[in-house]
Design a binder for this molecule. Sequence first.
Ligand code: C5P
Length: 238
Amino acid sequence: MEPKDRLIFPLDVSSREAALDWIERLQGQVGLFKVGLELFVAEGLPFLNTIAEILPGGYFLDLKFNDIPATLKAAQHRLFKNVTFFTVHCDQGRQMLRETVAALQNGVKFLAVTVLTSLSSDDLLALGYDRRYALNPTELVLLRARFAQAAGCRGVICSGQEVKAVKERFGPDFLAICPGIRPDWSVVAADDQKRVVTPYEAIQAGADYIVVGRPIRRAANPVEAAKRVVEEIERACP
Ligand code: C5P
């Protein structure tokens, strides 16, 4: 993999035009584009077909499925044209993960969302998690990653603060994708991400891919910002 292949850019915009514009600006600078809830809700299935056509190398569909197994199995069938990665939450338990992944089609790689990078220890405590997990989110990430691996997921989404432990426990082939990336030079106003690290730190700790959105999208020069992130990845590459 080249350094830029490890950079995932989220198309967190609410129109087809804006998404296509970002693809045109950043194609060649990033490895993979990600379609999330905002764009999917705005433009729906027809737009996924467009994306599948203009990105023949595949794209990341990040809908973070979270429901009962029967609903998830039924809902995923029409989504997967040219999808490389697809996300499902871990917190509905092992059966849900197993059944959803077992219904997988077209070689899509399932990634399990362990603990959102926007959650801090205080948030986990407030949600009622046991102190053992709330005060040490890495423990919760490792517990859920074990379910994900047993269910047949190809990897997990976790923060850069947990990636080293995930790689040590589950081995190099179990993918770790890290959002919550904040380069030293980025300033994201009213930031919701809490368990953050820099691109360098995430890659050095073993992340296979990093998701970098607002630090690039809101930069004065997004192409230059993407290049700076890739340089940092290159410096950190083992
Ligand atoms: O870099 P920025 O915070 O803008 O990136 C946000 C993107 O990362 C969003 O598309 C969000 O859905 C995604 N994401 C996340 N935390 C996770 C999983 C994905 O922020 N645990």
